[in-house]
Design a protein around this ligand. Structure first.
Ligand code: GDG
Length: 455
């Protein structure tokens, strides 16, 4: 079988296990272990200058090939154009987007440097799979260097309506570069509609025809097993005892302004203020590991959340009850799975989210006999696969409070039915299937074994 080359901004540390394991590394595990593979991208280290000879670590059949980023490139490409221009724009938050020509130049320079390092390492029959918004120009850069391999792109975040995206300076250039890909994968049909319209708008109907939805999933069974096993752990037992039989609401999100955390905290405050029966009967744990601390917006958000936590606990706490527990450190995945299983409510209310894997993990972690209820934003890509969730508009704290009240009072039979409705897709459409479907579409043209319908 030919080699799979995965290109992503961040290459996981092959030695890292536990707390940081998650995301793309887990999703691609299966695809990467079944064939010879290369994982190519940034090492996570900052050096004087970008480039130099890539570092290579080989583990089994996977070669981890990484480049360091120069300090200035890191600031311009990563913190700048990727995180302060593209991230807010793609999440419909044009008001938060900044634009700086030098950031954009840095973004293009890093994509070019990656292509310089990667092109000579590619074999003619490699399949190349590029991930996410940091690397829109990657295929175009590789094509400029004579690479004729199959190159696919998957965007993990939403794609907004064309008029919104095109308000970002240089948007047309980025769209034109997408034409270099053989397959362009997105999370939802809405994203597909938006990107197709944008590509047709710049006169690229052929590229528009290569856009399709491949909703990402999780490996639900191993996660469910982790959740069951977690109940034997000392950390989980200590946490359970600390709840003193109160119902648990759980939220798990990177500390990011797309996740709707201030509105969510406000909604929880409304629950305690309006639905008094729940006072002192419920505890909300929010796990929100800090991310992107080098971008100003994220520091502002953190201060705002600190205030919310103080306000809610200050107003509603009793000497033996803190209604809101908030931590900005990561929790190890096996423990987190147990916390999710214990929670009567999974509270997932992003203002916009490409997919949102936490929603699927929460469903996978439940006890089918006595499951909790997922309260989910209607603006998460995951809604399409989770018909049993209680949907809310994440901007409306009252709606969040009402959904929480409904979830906390929901009879077991309804909880079971709703969980069933969610579990079907969560357990069937896993990460493995996602990889297989995407690669079948990318490689399918010459693959006689591809009996799956290519979407
Ligand atoms: C992007 C898109 C899309 C979180 N806190 C801890 C922890 N996590 C894990 C979760 C989950 C992952 O991180 C987060 O994934 P999400 O999908 O929820 O969100 P993003 O990070 O924004 O991911 C998103 C995704 O890409 C995949 O395509 O779904 O829409 O924005 O797995 O469990 N894991 C551990 N400790 C924590 O404290 N161990």
């Amino acid at each position: 079988m030919n080699r799979l080359v995965v290109v992503a901004n961040r290459v996981p540390d092959p030695a890292a296990r536990g707390a940081t394991a998650g995301g793309l590394a887990v999703a691609l595990q299966d695809a990467l272990t079944r064939r010879e593979a290369v994982w190519f991208g940034w090492s996570g280290r900052i050096a004087e200058a970008t480039g130099g000879e890539p570092a290579e670590t080989r583990i089994g059949r996977i070669a981890y090939t990484t480049l360091d980023l120069g300090r200035e490139d890191h600031r311009r490409y990563y913190a700048g154009f990727s995180n302060a221009s593209l991230w807010p724009t793609l999440h419909y938050r044009l008001g938060l987007a900044q634009f700086d020509r030098q950031d954009y130049a840095g973004y293009r320079a890093v994509n070019a440097a990656f292509a310089d390092a990667l092109a000579p390492r590619l074999r003619p029959d490699d399949t190349v799979w590029v991930h996410d918004f940091h690397l829109f120009p990657m295929a175009a850069e590789l094509r400029r260097r004579g690479c004729g391999q199959r190159i696919g792109f998957f965007l993990h975040v939403p794609f907004p309506p064309a008029a919104l995206f095109c308000a970002l300076p240089r948007a047309e250039e980025l769209l034109a570069d997408l034409a270099g890909y053989d397959v362009i994968g997105l999370q939802t049909e809405d994203d597909v509609t938006n990107l197709r319209a944008a590509l047709i708008g710049i006169g690229q109907p052929e590229a528009a025809a290569r856009v399709a939805a491949f909703p990402i999933g999780i490996e639900a069974e191993p996660f469910a097993a982790l959740a069951v096993k977690a109940l034997e752990k000392r950390e989980t037992e200590r946490f359970r005892l600390s709840l003193v039989e109160r119902a648990l609401i759980i939220g798990v999100d990177r500390l990011d302004y797309t996740k709707g955390l201030p509105q969510r905290f406000c909604g929880y405050g409304q629950l305690l203020a309006r639905f008094k029966a729940h006072r002192s009967k419920v505890t909300y744990l929010q796990v929100a590991p800090v991310s992107r601390g080098d971008v100003a917006e994220y520091r502002t958000l953190r201060r705002e959340l600190d205030e919310w936590v103080g306000r809610i606990n200050g107003q509603h706490a009793e000497p033996d009850w803190a209604p809101l527990r908030y931590m900005t450190r990561a929790v190890a995945r096996p423990v987190l799975a147990g916390f999710m299983r214990m929670a009567r409510v999974g509270l997932v209310t992003p203002l916009r989210d490409g997919m949102n894997l936490v929603a699927k993990e929460y469903v996978a972690a439940q006890d089918p006999e006595d499951p909790g209820v997922l309260v989910l934003s209607r603006f998460a890509g995951a809604v399409a696969q989770l018909p049993g969730a209680l949907l809310v508009n994440p901007l409306d704290p009252d709606e969040i409070a009402e959904a929480l009240d409904q979830a906390l009072r929901m009879p077991r039979e309804e909880r079971q039915q709703r969980w069933q409705d969610c579990a079907v897709s969560v357990f069937r459409d896993g990460a493995r299937a996602w990889c297989r479907d995407f690669l079948a579409a990318l490689e399918g043209a010459n693959d006689t074994a591809a009996e799956e319908p290519v979407r």
